[in-house]
Design a protein around this ligand. Structure first.
Ligand code: AMP
Ligand code: ZN
Length: 490
């Protein structure tokens, strides 16, 4: 285990707290996964990339992490108020497909997007439909404990009853009275007793395709229940970290806590709640329903009308890590262009690093740099600050390459390890080699040889012409004592 001082901002306490796992060296982490009824958009990707860095950093520190991220393949209705159709059934009807064909299509798409962004797969990726038995069992337990009631073949959670014994709004700190006042009154037709009550089990209407047998008749589980049942099954009645987008806190996560608490009577099922902020477009949350969402492939190819050009997956990942996960991140061409330049600079420095010459002693402190990077990551995974110090590393690399600073052999090894571990292992950024990289390298070497040859004949007009023409197309030549090298500018 690396010695560290990791602190996490906990939504539950609204404080940044020292991270102490429940069991030494082990971390249990649950993140709400996608509802697979359409293509994952970039906003979704931002949330999962943020937790990928959390997963990577915890592993890097030496924890054995069990990271559970579910796939919602049933039970997610169009509205949070248990109204509307199941999102997957609706899409299946629209496309005249079996619901599981919809699930398969968009699960495959989601995995492809995650791979493109170099996000590690979670340790377990359970599905709602694969855990119907667990969800029925949990509903029974909550009924037995007196916090739910059956009504016309559906089962509802009794929020006001729960709120008498426990703090229902513990996660958001909202006032229950305000919440009640802000929710529409029940009509005579309603099956619910209280206006904040939510469904644990929903009776299937005759036309509903995705249905299972239960003690209350044929139906399907409520969306909030799946996460409670699966986190409990794989991580236990109490576990370390639960995450998701901050839009999930007021309803989905609030209800998850109520379900877990009422089932196990454990007051704090999750010790650290982490919420990511939204990716916005011109200040508005990126969402499918608002019609302002980008699909990752539209960004990679540049085919979206709002884009000037395409950006590679690593550029986009880099762009996302330049903002802290709890800040909003606004999407713009300018910001992406700046990110592209930064990412290329970083990758060029990573390539030069192994070739740096060493000296007897260093003129820079790598230990200092290391301490600053870890301090940033320990401060609630502050990737923008960590990246600014990574760029301090880039500056050192370039200065040593230009013989303006020097590095001892030990420090060079240290810097190489540091940059590899932080850039590749923790931030998940990697070189984007195209199939032609080796060929470009060979071609450039040949051009540099011709230029060196011209210089040796004192034909400086040719050697300058080669340098200038290369610069025009984005290659910068550096002449050193040991010969010439090139870097890609862009
Ligand atoms: P969904 O598939 O809608 O259940 O969303 C999957 C995850 O993406 C959830 O954690 C959401 O909070 C998150 N999410 C949705 N829209 C955005 C956005 N614009 N920015 C960041 N995260 C988002
Ligand atoms: Zn969830």
């Amino acid at each position: 285990m690396r010695i560290h001082n990791l602190h996490i901002y906990n939504t539950l306490t609204r404080k940044t707290e020292k991270f102490v796992p429940l069991h030494a060296n082990l971390v249990g982490m649950y993140v709400c996964g996608p509802t697979v009824y359409n293509n994952a958009h970039l906003g979704n990707a931002r949330t999962f990339i943020s937790f990928d860095v959390v997963f990577r950093y915890l592993q890097h520190l030496g924890y054995k992490v069990r990271y559970v991220r579910n796939i919602t393949d049933a039970g997610h209705l169009e509205s949070d108020a248990d109204e509307g159709e199941d999102k997957i059934s609706k899409k299946a009807k629209l496309e005249q497909l079996e619901p599981m064909e919809i699930v398969q299509r968009y699960t495959v798409d989601f995995h492809g997007v995650m791979r493109a962004f170099n996000a590690l797969p979670p340790s377990i990726e359970p599905t709602a439909t694969g855990h119907i038995i667990e969800q029925i069992e949990m509903t029974k337990q909550i009924l037995d404990n007196g916090f739910a009631y059956e009504s016309n073949g559906s089962v509802y959670f009794d929020v006001e009853k729960f709120a008498k014994d426990y703090n229902y709004t513990v996660l958001t700190g909202r006032n229950l009275e305000d919440l009640l006042n802000g929710t529409r009154e029940l009509g005579g037709q309603d099956e619910k007793r209280g206006r904040l009550d939510f469904a644990l089990w929903i009776k299937a209407k005759p036309e509903h395709i995705m249905r299972w047998k239960s003690p209350w008749g044929e139906g399907f589980p409520g969306w909030h229940l799946e996460c409670s049942a699966m986190s409990r099954k794989y991580l236990g009645e109490q576990f370390d970290i639960h995450g998701g987008g901050m839009d999930l806190a007021p309803t989905h996560h609030t209800n998850e806590i109520a379900q877990n608490v009422s089932c196990s009577q454990n007051n704090t099922p999750v010790r650290y709640w982490m919420h990511t902020n939204m990716l916005t477009v011109n200040g508005q949350k990126m969402s499918k329903s608002l019609g302002n969402s980008f699909l990752p492939h539209e960004l990679f190819s540049g085919s979206h009308a709002l884009l000037d050009k395409g950006y590679s997956p690593m550029t986009v990942r880099f762009f996302m890590l330049q903002a802290h996960y709890r800040s909003t991140l606004d999407f713009s061409n300018d910001a992406l262009q700046a990110a592209e330049k930064g990412f290329i600079r970083l990758m060029s420095a990573m390539k030069i690093l192994p070739t740096l010459k060493t000296a007897d002693k260093s003129t820079v402190s790598i230990a200092d740099l290391e301490a600053k990077i870890y301090a940033a990551l320990d401060d609630d995974f502050n990737t923008p600050i960590a990246l600014s110090y990574v760029f301090e590393g880039v500056r050192i690399i370039n200065s040593v390459n230009d013989a303006k600073e020097s590095l001892s052999t030990d420090d060079k090894i240290k810097l190489q390890e540091l940059m590899q571990q932080i850039v590749h292992d923790v931030l998940g950024l990697q070189q984007e080699e195209t199939a032609n990289t080796d060929k470009i390298d060979g071609l450039m070497q040949m051009i540099l040889d011709v230029r060196t040859e011209a210089k040796s004949r004192k034909d400086f007009s040719t050697s300058d012409l080669i340098r200038d023409r290369l610069k025009e197309i984005g290659f910068e030549i550096k002449d050193g004592k040991e010969g010439s090298t090139y870097s890609i500018l862009k």
